[in-house]
Structure formats: structure tokens, C-alpha cells
Design a protein around this ligand. Structure first.
Ligand code: PMP
Length: 399
């Protein structure tokens, strides 16, 4: 036999496919609504000013000589503070184990490995739908994937009753993945009251909540408000697992800066968990690249830079919200016979439009508008100069 004869081309990721079709289209007014990263009003990637400021200062560091365990600890502490609040007892008492990761994806994958190492017979329960890569991440880590109800296609909102009943019917002590804010792809978050109920039911069942927070700040424009779900779970005494990404909210997509943290019962457990997380990634890539970690740490620990960052998050969140309002109003002005209320009810980067697969195809073929096959619109791709064209196209394919 010849080596690698059995290797066939892997199926292409749907979002990669969308992007390739977009790039190959010569039409000048084409629109890319597949991108998951923030774009400004001109459709350009956006680097917050605080990142530029931090870059300028960091160049003076000698990266080679930085004590990386000290750097990691500071980065993790700042990330954990961002999630649970500056004066949370979790931070004060050091009741967490955390490590820097290769962005949000790396945090999820590292957790999945950790989960398999210590709970080899466990499963992961993912919302239906969720970011498609969640399925790949846990499957690659050899953990069986189950789904729980989340989206209700009829109301284009949360199917809360079905969600709760899935939580109740799962075996006791199951692992669940939750999006604390700006759910991808639906843009639908539970209300605070619903989170309290979910947390309560988790407690009753002793489920483990693993939060994947890839868009802190994008739901409400406010970092603390977007962390409300996490803080409710902590208040209720859960030992939460958390993946954080700075790809979107700090515009650091290419730097791959993320954090995985797990809350622990005491400091002794924190040390043990941390050492195991390090043990896993040491065997894969020794240590993560440090430049982005230094950038984020500097921004989070410098009050002036942090304030600047908060302002810039508001700008990003407000721009997206303004585009939601304009898109909906334009559709209503065209006398569309459908309800487009969900465009403004949904939050974060994405609008789960409810368009059918055929309508998505028409948009692509006739109007050069590209989105993922599940009809998820990345609102970051909508701008003042393309929103009229987009509304008109959506009206044409749905009338
Ligand atoms: N989780 C969710 C829900 C996401 O949407 C994404 C990014 N699309 C990620 C994790 C991965 O984030 P990162 O780019 O930081 O790896």
C-alpha cells in the first residue's frame, strides 16, 4: 500500500465556501454577509484605537525575555475579572484555574480534552443550533455530542419550555455548553429571569455549565451586562467553565487570544486543575504566542486604555444596532407582507433571518448577496451604503 492512499479531501466548512464564492464574484456591489468578524461603516476590518496604543507600548518589551508564567497569570486574572467582575469573590479568593488559549476555539478544544481526561464517559449537550464548529471540536476530542432545544422557528425566538425540558431530561451531571451573550447563529439570548431558571434547573440536576463567550460586549454594548448570565450562575454556586475570545471585541482575530478558565471549590483544586490544563497543552504546542496576550493584558489592566476600549465596544455594538433598525425599517417601507421584528429583537453580531434555503440561493444568484446556508446574516457586513440594496433584495425574494 502507499502511504496516505486512504486520505480523501475533507468536507469544506460552509463559511469558507461562502467566502470563496463571494471572492470569485466580479459583481461590484456584491455583499458578504458570511463574515463573523466586525466591520465598520465602510465594510473595513476595524482595529480599536486601544489596540494601536497598546501595540506602540509593547514594542518596547523584549518578548524573548518575558517570564511567561507571570504574564499568563496576569492575563488570566484580568480575563476572569472581565467575566465575573472586579470585586467578585472568585477573583478575590483565587477560586479559578485558567490558562491562555489559542482564541475561543482553542479554549473550547482544550476544555473538551480536559473533559475527556477526567470524565471519559461524558457527553456534551450543545444548543440547536450552535456555532457549527462546536460539533467538530467535541467530536474530534472523542466526546459524543447531543443537542438541546434552543431556537423556535415559529416565533424566531427562544424555545424556552423545550430548553428547560431538555435540561430536566438529560442524565444528572451532564455537561452543557451555553452562549452567555450574543448567541451565534441565532442572535437570541435568554432574559435574565430565564437565565435564573436555567441556573436553578442546572443546580437541581447537578449539570456542569460550560460558557462559550466569543462576543462579550456585542449584545448590549456593555461588558458587565453581557456577563450577567455568568454572574447569576456564580451566585447560585455553580463551578462554571468559561471560554473567552478577544478576536471580535478587541479586533484581534489574527492574534488568536483567548482564555479558558474553570471555577474551583478551593485554591488547592485550582492548582490541580491548572496544572492539568497546562499538561494537556504542553504536549500540543508547549506554550501559546505571547504578543497578543501582552496586548490584551495591557488594555485590561490600564484604566485609561480600558475606558477607551469600552467606548469602542459601544461604537461597534451601536453601529450593528443601527443597521438592524435601518434594515427592518427599509423592509417595512417596502410594504413587505412579512414581520421583520426579529431583526431588531435579536442581538449581537448575527441575525437569524428565517429565509428559506431557496431564498438564500436566489439572493446569491440574482443579487450577489452571500450568507451561510442556514440564512444567518452577519450584521457586521451591513453598511449604510448597502442596506437599501439588501432590503430590496430580501423583499424581492420573499414577496
Ligand atoms: N465560539 C463562538 C460561539 C463563535 O462564534 C466563535 C467564532 N466564530 C468562536 C467560539 C471562536 O472564536 P475564535 O475566533 O476566538 O477562535
Amino acid at each position: 500500500h502507499g502511504w496516505w492512499d486512504k486520505v480523501r479531501v475533507a468536507p469544506k466548512d460552509p463559511t469558507v465556501k461562502v467566502n470563496e464564492s463571494f471572492l470569485a464574484d466580479p459583481f461590484p456591489h456584491k455583499i458578504n454577509l458570511g463574515v463573523g468578524t466586525y466591520r465598520d461603516d465602510d465594510g473595513k476590518p476595524f482595529t480599536p484605537q486601544c489596540v494601536g496604543d497598546a501595540e506602540a507600548k509593547i514594542n518596547r518589551y523584549k518578548l524573548e525575555e518575558t517570564n511567561s508564567s507571570e504574564v499568563s497569570s496576569k492575563f488570566v486574572m484580568e480575563s476572569v475579572k472581565l467575566a465575573y467582575g472586579n470585586d467578585s469573590f472568585v477573583v478575590r479568593e483565587g477560586l479559578y484555574a485558567g490558562v491562555p488559549t489559542l482564541s475561543g476555539t482553542g479554549a473550547c478544544r482544550l476544555f473538551a480534552e480536559f473533559q475527556r481526561n477526567f470524565y471519559p464517559d461524558s457527553q456534551i449537550h450543545l444548543p440547536d443550533p450552535t456555532w457549527p464548529n462546536h460539533h467538530n471540536i467535541w467530536s474530534q476530542a472523542q466526546i459524543p455530542v447531543k443537542t438541546f432545544h434552543y431556537y423556535d422557528p415559529y416565533t424566531k425566538g427562544l424555545d424556552f419550555d423545550a430548553l428547560i425540558s431538555d435540561v430536566k431530561n438529560a442524565p444528572d451531571s451532564s455537561f452543557f455548553l451555553l452562549h452567555p451573550c450574543a448567541h451565534n447563529p441565532t442572535g437570541i439570548d435568554p432574559t435574565e429571569e430565564q437565565w435564573r431558571e436555567i441556573s436553578y434547573q442546572f443546580k437541581v440536576k447537578n449539570h456542569f455549565p460550560f460558557f462559550d463567550m466569543a462576543y462579550q460586549g456585542f449584545s448590549s454594548g456593555d461588558l458587565d451586562k453581557d456577563a450577567a448570565a455568568l454572574r447569576i450562575f456564580v451566585e447560585d454556586g455553580h463551578l462554571v467553565g468559561l471560554a473567552q475570545s478577544f478576536a471580535k471585541n478587541m479586533g484581534l482575530f489574527g492574534h488568536k487570544v483567548g482564555c479558558l478558565s474553570v471555577l474551583t471549590r478551593d485554591i488547592k483544586q485550582a492548582a490541580a486543575v491548572k496544572s492539568q490544563l497546562e499538561h494537556i497543552f504542553h504536549s500540543m504546542y508547549s506554550s501559546p504566542p505571547i504578543h497578543g496576550i501582552l496586548l490584551v493584558t495591557m488594555i485590561l489592566s490600564d484604566p485609561t486604555m480600558k475606558e477607551q476600549w469600552k467606548k469602542e465596544i459601544k461604537i461597534m455594538a451601536n453601529r450593528i444596532r443601527a443597521m438592524r433598525t435601518t434594515l427592518r425599517r427599509n423592509l417595512e417601507d417596502l410594504d413587505s407582507s412579512f414581520s421583520w421584528e426579529h431583526i431588531t429583537n435579536q442581538v449581537g453580531m448575527f441575525c437569524f433571518s428565517g429565509l428559506t434555503p431557496d431564498q438564500v440561493k436566489y439572493l446569491e444568484k440574482q443579487f450577489h448577496i452571500y450568507m451561510s446556508p442556514d440564512a444567518r446574516i452577519s450584521m457586521a457586513g451591513v453598511t449604510p451604503s448597502n442596506v437599501n440594496y439588501l432590503a430590496n433584495a430580501i423583499h424581492q425574494v420573499t414577496r
